[in-house]
Design a protein around this ligand. Structure first.
Ligand SMILES: Nc1nc2c(ncn2[C@@H]2O[C@H](COP(=O)(O)OP(=O)(O)OP(=O)(O)O)[C@@H](O)[C@H]2O)c(=O)[nH]1
Ligand SMILES: [Mg+2]
Length: 238
């Protein structure tokens, strides 16, 4: 099975080399890695370019015009599909999403359309920094689930695995999120189209190295995005 791991990056030079090596060292047949880097000033893309030259399983999409977690992920999906990927995994670069779960996601997606790496099912755990941050994640989850009425435990997980046909069924060019709320937007659109979604437990740990790109504005944007999505659904626009 041809599969791509898509990793959006911005200033992840401490993590990206090791992450790519650990993914490839899993030895999963047919697995490639695509890094979508937004011209990180710390030179993340240079590390990836070097690795891509040495190993055809490593791909780099170096974006210089646009910036944002949202469009980076979408461009990554399109690139992977153009390369003939049957399955696409997306994950963060900072080791919060450990590569050891990749074989589990790939195994589970044989039985459904989308698999989420979930902190909030039995066996999963959120070990992100500090209680405050964990409470925010929980509250945001309750908010999203009650407004969008979706019975998914970990709605904001960015570690997930899609069959390509799921992504083909979405209008990737019509996504409205430019930032991290893309994770919710994609999930909601997949859910509305009736695809089967399963959750497998993951232990989410704090980023190993590097700085966060998350701030209050991003959080607020996400909360507003949820309301926009509900509105669009009511008007039958999605
Ligand atoms: N291409 C691209 N990637 C981004 C951008 N912003 C964040 N990312 C990547 O998206 C992933 C998730 O971002 P994080 O900063 O880890 O966000 P988070 O997990 O919510 O917060 P922390 O782990 O606490 O920093 C990481 O791999 C980032 O490098 C961006 O503007 N463009
Ligand atoms: Mg992170």
């Amino acid at each position: 099975m041809k599969a791509f791991v898509v990793v959006p990056t911005f200033n992840e030079h401490e993590n990206i080399g090791r992450l790519i090596r650990e993914v490839l060292d899993l030895g999963v047949e047919g697995l490639s890695v695509l890094v979508v880097d937004d011209n990180s000033p710390d030179g993340t893309h240079e590390i990836v370019r070097r690795m891509a030259k040495a190993d055809p399983r490593v791909h780099l999409l170096h974006r210089t015009k646009r910036r944002g977690r949202g469009s980076a992920g979408i461009e990554g999906f399109k690139y992977a599909m153009a390369q003939g990927a049957e399955v696409i995994i997306e994950m963060d670069a900072d080791f919060s999403h450990h590569p050891k779960y990749i074989p589990i996601l790939l195994e589970e997606v044989r039985r459904c359309d989308v698999v989420l790496g979930s902190r909030f099912v039995k066996g999963g755990k959120d070990m992100d920094r500090g209680l405050y941050r964990q409470i925010c994640t929980r509250l945001a989850g309750i908010y999203v689930r009650s407004i969008l009425k979706i019975g998914i435990r970990d709605v904001s997980s960015g570690y997930r695995c899609f069959r390509s046909r799921v992504l083909e069924a979405l209008d990737l060019d019509d996504m409205i999120s430019t930032g991290p709320s893309i994770v919710l937007e994609v999930l909601y659109k997949v859910y509305l189209r009736g695809f089967s979604i399963r959750e497998v437990p993951i232990v989410f740990v704090d980023r190993r190295q590097g700085k966060t790109k998350l701030d209050y504005i991003t959080l607020l944007e996400t909360l507003v995005m949820v309301l926009r999505l509900r509105q669009m659904k009511r008007k039958n626009l999605i």
